[in-house]
Design a protein. Structure first.
Lengths: 179, 143
């Protein structure tokens, strides 16, 4: 079913039709919220509230646009509001995170190191890494999704990757890679 | 080469690897990498990082949040969109006022001139429409 048809039904008063949108996009939304917040319960709270706010804002939604990018703006705002407040729950330990083994056969310690490095990034950089590498968004799509110029996308991605790279391959003061 | 040049080269390496338009042309990037060992090493590390990031699978979050939000959705009153008839009535009221003002034999003073403003305010409050809503696009809040 087309999203615009669902939204039209919701506008006509059929709130149960909204279930289609929730079930279609919740996995993606939870993944994105988790990437920003680093905490599953906070992510679920943010996604829940974002869907509620989106439902109440459906009257203002332009049916010519795609639903998820519009919804992502609401979700993103909620996530960064939560980050701005005092954190309600501690970041989950690595044992609690659900990291699947890579199909490429990379050793688990490498994946754990990557996960730790990702956790240490600022939320905005963690977000753009997630959108680029796991959602496969192009620079243009990232620029539209995040409402920033394409040049800013490039530099933010660059600095995020630079920070990750430095955390994964720490160097001594001489600039040589440490073992 | 200055540090700024190296940074621009590495940014170009990254963009080219992403299949995007780079700040510098590929030939210039290659020429720099051929002569700068530091950039060559960092470019290789970027490639390794990209492979790591792509290879790391994210778990499928199967939690269904519909049961959490359905009761709250059911309780939300749906706002009725303003009927076009209300706007027609508003237009007719303003037209009526203007006709009366033009045809009336004498001037009713300042307060009579404020009647259309009062009509408009009452209409927008009744219709609950925001006349300053420019577009439906949400603005990404800056944090």
């Amino acid at each position: 079913m087309d999203d615009s048809l669902v939204i039209a039904r919701c506008r006509a008063g059929d709130w149960e039709a909204f279930r289609y949108l929730v079930e279609r996009y919740q996995a993606q939304a939870i993944r994105h919220a988790l990437a920003i917040l680093g905490n599953r319960e906070d992510a679920l709270d943010a996604v829940q509230q974002a869907f509620l706010d989106a439902y109440q804002a459906l009257d203002r939604f332009d049916l010519e646009r795609r639903f998820y990018p519009w919804f992502y703006t609401i979700l993103r705002n909620h996530c960064f509001k939560l980050l701005g407040r005092e954190r309600r729950r501690a970041t989950e330990s690595l044992e609690e995170t659900e990291i699947l083994a890579a199909t490429s056969g990379l050793p688990p310690e490498q994946l754990i190191a990557l996960e730790q490095a990702l956790r240490a990034l600022p939320a905005e950089e963690r977000e753009i890494i997630t959108l680029r590498h796991w959602d496969g968004l192009s620079y243009e799509e990232l620029a539209e999704r995040l409402a920033i110029p394409k040049g800013t996308v490039m530099s933010r991605l660059y600095y995020a990757r630079q920070r990750l790279r430095e955390k994964l391959t720490p160097r001594s003061s001489s600039g040589r890679k440490e073992k | 080469m200055t540090t700024l040049d190296c940074e621009l080269v590495l940014m170009s390496v990254m963009a080219l690897a992403d299949g995007e338009l780079a700040p510098l042309p590929p030939a210039q990037v290659e020429a720099h990498l051929a002569s700068c060992a530091s950039c060559r090493r960092e470019a290789e590390e970027f490639q390794l990082l990209a492979r790591l990031l792509t290879a790391q699978q994210r778990s499928a979050h199967t939690e269904n949040i519909w049961p959490r939000i359905a009761p709250q959705l059911a309780a939300v009153p749906r706002r009725q969109r303003a009927s076009w008839r209300a706007f027609v009535l508003l237009g007719l009221a303003l037209l009526g006022w203007r006709s009366f003002e033009l045809l009336a034999p004498h001037d009713f003073g300042l307060w009579f001139g404020l009647v259309p403003v009062a009509i408009a305010i009452v209409a927008f409050v009744y219709l609950k429409e925001n006349p300053f809503r420019i577009n439906t696009a949400l603005q990404v809040e800056r944090w």
